[in-house]
Design a binder for this molecule. Structure first.
Ligand SMILES: [Zn+2]
Length: 112
């Protein structure tokens, strides 16, 4: 690793937000670094489905987002929602409307 320690970190004055493309984000609800964001294809060519999940507090959040958004953008959106206490707005699947509670039981079974 020929990386000289960079003393001069460029400080961008901003709210503390995850910038590097990491797999895990800090969960806005419980604060653990176990939040993941996944994408699913939608029928729409302009939109995709973003799914955020926290392995610690089992936060679950689905959002339809523009196809150009990446994980960090989605994470920022979710942080905003959490901040405004609106996480429940996206906490249920939008894609399958008639699968009530079906998945809840199965998710608790798989613990590592
Ligand atoms: Zn959490």
């Amino acid at each position: 690793m020929a990386r000289v320690a960079r003393r001069r970190k460029r400080r961008i004055k901003q709210v503390k937000r995850v910038r590097k493309p990491s797999r895990y984000f800090q969960c806005p609800r419980c604060g653990a670094m176990t939040l993941t964001v996944d994408f699913k294809k939608l029928d729409s060519a302009n939109e995709k489905l973003a799914i955020a999940r926290c392995g610690t507090c089992h936060l679950y959040c689905e959002l339809r987002v523009p196809i150009t958004l990446d994980k960090v953008d989605v994470y920022n959106k979710i942080s905003d929602l959490a901040y405004e206490n609106r996480l429940d707005e996206c906490s249920r699947p939008t894609s399958e409307e008639d699968s009530e509670g079906e998945e809840e039981g199965s998710e608790e079974g798989e613990e590592e």
